[in-house]
Design a protein around this ligand. Sequence first.
Ligand SMILES: Cc1ncc(COP(=O)(O)O)c(C=O)c1O
Length: 369
Amino acid sequence: MKLVTDNIAGIAPYIPGKPLTELARELGSKWPAEGAIKLASNENPLGPSPKARAAVAAILDNQNLYPDGAAFYLRQAVAKHHQVPESDVLVGAGSNELINMVAQTFVGPDEEVLAPVYSFLCYRLACEILGRRFVPAPLGADYQYDVDAILAKVTPRTKVLFIANPNNPTGAYMNKSDFETLLARVPSEVIVVVDEAYFEYARAADYPSAVASRGLRERLVSLRTFSKVYGLAGLRVGYAVMPAELVGLMNRVRMPFNTSAVGQAAAEAALGDSEHVNKSVALNARELEAMVRDLGALGIPALPSQGNFILVDASGTKLGAAGLNEALLHRGVIVRPVANYGLPKHLRITIGTEAENARLKRTVGELLK
Ligand SMILES: Cc1ncc(COP(=O)(O)O)c(C=O)c1O
């Protein structure tokens, strides 16, 4: 008898952005005097909103009690925020848990999951854990979405289609017209899951909202997270907006207490702090433009990005992507290698605070001198 099934044995484990604490252990006494910075996991460099911090402090004394597993008040706040019924909202331990739950709930043994290649790795992982077939669809030129290429990969076995919009790690987006074509042309049995983890950062005038497109298709799931612009990645909260029938089915799979009371309270407060969101979005827009310009001047071109990160091609530098990543780590700057995404020439860099971005650019400049 095998210890695990072949699909589990064959999984390449997800490699997250290196935590600062891990770098501290690795560098030991070589820890830089100016400390280290992490620009590797697309977190909000401004931290959680002050309202979320206050909500966490207020609820800490009650942590001997289990949370409300159904997350009533957070779901109510999300429903109000999007003007949708509460029955159409499901809360998860980050959107990552919801991705896994979609696969667990809806994808049967002979069914397939489709997603563009060079996209968030957890769509593939969610399938591999279950032994379901994952089908990658090619991208178009310059890593842009190609709706026809996606549609060409749909088969009678396709059950779920994941689209990250904007995409991670490329930063590319699907425009409104392509998105509406996709929603109309994907067969009605397919559940289209639009992962809008970076929704708030998208600036393009023709960037579509999946939540606002609900009328265009019955089987449409919009995923949002509190990990990015809301600055709560450590608390693990995300949500899905979808028809109540799908919520009911996913609730059968959901762990009874999948999100913590602290996470729920912080998320509810963060949702009401539009000032913090606006400040974070404005900082990102300003700094992303400067980062693209300044790294470009150092011979590191970036793809256009609608997120809070950029995918840069470091293959033209004397160190190459892997060498530059290693050298940056030794200088206390963590960025994200994306070779495991199939992109060995690239690095993904999160846009940080002005000071963090200045340090990254200065360090890259020194290393490439
Ligand atoms: C496109 C995309 N979706 C989902 C997630 C998962 O985020 P979380 O589980 O923290 O909500 C990420 C995180 O990087 C992401 O980039």
